[in-house]
Design a protein around this ligand. Structure first.
Ligand SMILES: [Zn+2]
Length: 460
């Protein structure tokens, strides 16, 4: 099977030029001007931006949580991702305290394997670091191709590890060639504020926001950076939202340390005024919460300063009836919002079209950096000979509007209802196959492959 893409404007993190792309099987085999090679299929990309498929390194599909599951399965979630130009996701396996990493991986594989339309990988969340866990790290990296280990500095008694475990984990992960990623918020401070607000009868979604002030994230981000610096372990902060936390990372650069930073599309585009509504605010109950306008400005600047490396989603959808579990108590609202389908088009429209970031930067933070940071480059994350033919064709002149009725995620509302976007992804290729064309999905579940990742250095 061969495919020729003609006359597209090819954008990578570094380049911008018009050329043809010849694909054989799953790989790009030739890039050049006016190629005349017989091909099984030819796509005219005149006027289109041709960019690497999006990689969303922070999603939660079919995740058990508070007695329920996030509402997108691996099938519906990866299908929605493909519709929006994201050809690969990295999901999270959660170790149960008192149990092994292997048990958790087996459980997650039973839900994911054979059910994905797009490519996928896992981060391993370590919630109980002990001698047995320590011995499992090497196998995860070398045999399973799982090279990133997620930690929580919050959610005591369920997911949180203390600083003693964090230090031990970092030393082992560094030794084996992996990376530690973190949900960096001060769990004890948040637990205190949640309990205080509840005792005072303050139960609306607004108090979810007021229980996680900026300082809880800034403090934990600085502490994480310090521990990563001491151990020499590559570190990555997930869903960073605010100026205080980014300043902690900025401070770390003064000792020539780089901690990778991921923000999510919602923290760039939405602010805490969403919590001033009635229970409708529950649509945006997530942790950390949405922040202030000044934090949005800091994050956009952080992208251009090279401090914010990745724009992900933390996609974790719950249907409205699930959100209603917290109708009378903000602490019982399932945390998370749906975004896996819209990240690429939202960031193009609000970022590139509105002049906040360049096209090259767009590719860098949506695809190239996730591939480099997590050990998949150059197979993923760029347009080059021998790379996987994971491509999107974006029409910069097309406009469209986001609605719950029109999206493909398994959730009955949209966090971006009525947003009018400039630029539409028309065609999506995954490993040489047209996966989506003009709104029609052309691959079946099971097409998505688990991608084993290689060791990482902490440098990109
Ligand atoms: Zn998450």
């Amino acid at each position: 099977m061969s495919l020729l893409i003609k006359n597209g404007r090819i954008i990578t993190a570094a380049d911008d030029y018009v050329a043809d792309i010849f694909i054989e099987g799953e790989k790009i085999s030739l890039i050049g001007k006016e190629l005349s090679i017989p091909a099984g299929q030819t796509i005219d990309a005149d006027g289109m931006l041709v960019m690497p498929g999006g990689i969303d390194p922070h999603v939660h599909l079919d995740m058990p949580f508070m007695g329920t599951f996030s509402s997108d399965s691996y099938e519906t979630g990866t299908r929605a991702a493909l519709h929006g130009g994201t050809t690969m996701v990295i999901d999270f396996v959660l170790q149960k305290q008192g149990h092994s990493l292997r048990e958790a991986l087996t459980e997650w594989q039973s839900r994911a394997n054979g059910n994905c339309l797009g490519d996928y990988s896992f981060h391993m969340a370590v919630t109980d670091f002990n001698e047995h866990t320590r011995q499992e790290i090497q196998t995860m990296i070398t045999h399973e191709g799982i090279t990133s280990f997620k930690t929580f500095m919050a959610y005591k008694g369920a997911l949180m590890i203390d600083d003693r475990q964090m230090t031990g984990l970092m030393q082992e992960v560094k030794k084996q060639g992996g990376m530690v990623t973190v949900h960096a918020t001060n769990g004890d401070m948040i637990d205190y504020l949640v309990a205080k607000h509840k005792a005072e009868g303050k139960l609306s979604p607004l108090y979810h926001y007021l229980s996680q002030p900026e300082v809880t994230e800034a403090e934990a981000s600085a502490r994480f950076a310090d521990m990563a610096n001491y151990t020499g372990c590559p570190g990555y902060i997930v869903h960073l939202t605010c100026e205080g936390a980014l300043n902690a990372v900025r401070q770390a650069t003064r000792r020539n340390q780089h901690v990778f930073v991921e923000t999510c599309i919602q923290y760039l585009l939405l602010d805490a005024s969403r919590y001033e509504q009635d229970f409708d605010s529950a649509k945006w109950v997530m942790s950390p919460p949405l922040r202030e306008k000044k934090d949005q400005a800091t994050l956009w600047a952080g992208i251009n300063q090279g401090l914010v490396n990745v724009v992900a989603t933390d996609h974790c959808p719950f249907k409205w009836e699930q959100k209603l579990m917290g109708k009378d108590d903000f602490s019982k609202i399932p945390n998370g919002h749906p975004a896996i389908e819209h990240r690429m088009e939202l960031l193009y429209s609000e970022g590139v079209h509105k002049g906040r970031i360049t096209l090259n930067k767009y590719v860098e933070v949506t695809s190239t950096n996730p591939a480099k940071i997590f050990g998949m480059f150059p197979r993923k994350g760029t347009i080059a000979v021998n790379s996987d033919a994971d491509l999107i064709l974006l029409d910069p002149h097309a406009q469209h509007t986001i609605t719950a009725a029109g999206h493909h995620m398994n959730v009955d509302y949209s966090a971006y209802e009525g947003w009018e976007l400039q630029g539409k992804i028309k065609t999506v290729l995954l490993r040489g196959k047209v996966a989506v064309n003009d709104g029609e999905c052309l691959v079946e579940k099971g097409y998505g492959q688990f991608i084993k990742r290689h060791k990482v250095s902490g440098k990109i």
